[in-house]
Design a protein around this ligand. Structure first.
Ligand code: OXD
Length: 310
């Protein structure tokens, strides 16, 4: 028997507990509030736990991050670098994020924000529809989620480009690589999609110089991390009209503070970091396998590279 600690303010404890214990009866899942004997906990399945929480468990062998970006764990100085962090990126998470980007890419392509504003002003504004093949989308980040997102956008008929640090080949997606997004990628993007994790390299990536290289009237979708955006630069690009609209799901501070300018900006659509979520039934087997491997001293899948920061 082994104990798995579960902590998340967003995911339902009981559903996860039932799914994991049904899949692996030798695992007992306990919540932070009812953790039992601290020494019995050998694994943790967590989303954004309070800093210092995991230090209480002396026999912890592995931490599974309940989501794609493990930045909240990497920011916690009390988690030793030797403790493996595994990322949970299940089919549900990949599909829900890809759906989100497709939804807003279509909305931006069909000028839905402008139509909604016209309706609020009771103006009959005819904006001619155009085929998706006339809109070019640049996707930054081609990992499991970014790759699927790019594929779905291409299947919808959009012209799709992707940029990643390492070379990739994808049917139907024009791939770029390198340390920074190249000019050809940025200057051709009608819609720029950020799916990059929070790292030292992506911090403040979307600033005035980058936004200035996008086509006039381009739009932005950010589902990576809020730290990628220089907020004042984004607001300036929107106010000048160089950027037509921004769809934001992630923010530097979450929940977004009440007084934040993004809440009421007419060219911003925002959602409460709900683009994607893992599903207990789809992930229980992976979680059980990671715990078995960690107890058996075997190599772990999807481990966060502490040097690369994701
Ligand atoms: C994330 C997630 O990393 O929702 O943002 O998984």
């Amino acid at each position: 028997m082994t104990t798995l600690l579960f902590h998340s303010d967003l995911d339902d404890f009981t559903t996860w507990k039932e799914a994991i214990e049904r899949t692996a009866p030798s695992i007992t899942v306990r919540s932070t509030q009812d953790a039992g004997a601290l020494e019995a906990v050998t694994a943790a399945l967590v989303w954004a736990p309070p800093p210092g929480l995991l230090r209480r468990f002396p026999n912890l062998k592995v931490v599974i991050n309940l989501g794609a970006g493990a930045d909240s764990l990497l920011r916690d100085p009390t988690i030793p670098p030797s403790l493996p962090i595994v990322r949970l990126t299940d089919r549900a998470l990949i599909d829900t994020v890809a759906d989100y980007v497709l939804l807003y890419a279509l909305a931006l392509h069909r000028r839905q924000p402008e139509l909604a504003a016209a309706q609020r002003a009771q103006q009959w504004t005819f904006l001619p529809p155009t085929p998706t093949a006339m809109t070019r989308i640049g996707v930054m980040g081609l990992g499991a989620i970014g790759g699927e997102t790019a594929r779905r956008l291409a299947a919808q008929g959009f012209k799709v480009m992707g940029w990643a640090r390492r070379p990739r080949e994808m049917t139907g997606v024009e791939c770029f690589h390198g340390l920074a997004p190249p000019d050809l990628f940025l200057t051709q993007s009608d819609i720029l999609v950020n799916l990059l994790p929070a790292t030292a390299q992506t911090e403040n990536l979307i600033d005035s110089p980058l936004l200035g290289r996008l086509k006039p009237g381009a739009a932005l979708i950010n589902v990576g991390r809020g730290s990628a955006i220089v907020e004042a630069d984004l607001l300036a690009a929107l106010d000048m009209g160089h950027l037509r609209h921004a769809v934001l799901d992630v923010f530097r501070t979450e929940p977004l503070p009440d007084s934040h300018a993004f809440w009421t900006h007419p060219r911003i659509t925002l959602t409460p970091h709900n683009a994607g979520l893992c599903h207990p039934e789809l992930s229980a087997g992976f979680v059980a396998d990671v715990i078995a491997r960690s107890l058996g001293g075997e190599a772990l899948p999807s481990c966060v590279d502490r040097i690369a920061g994701y």
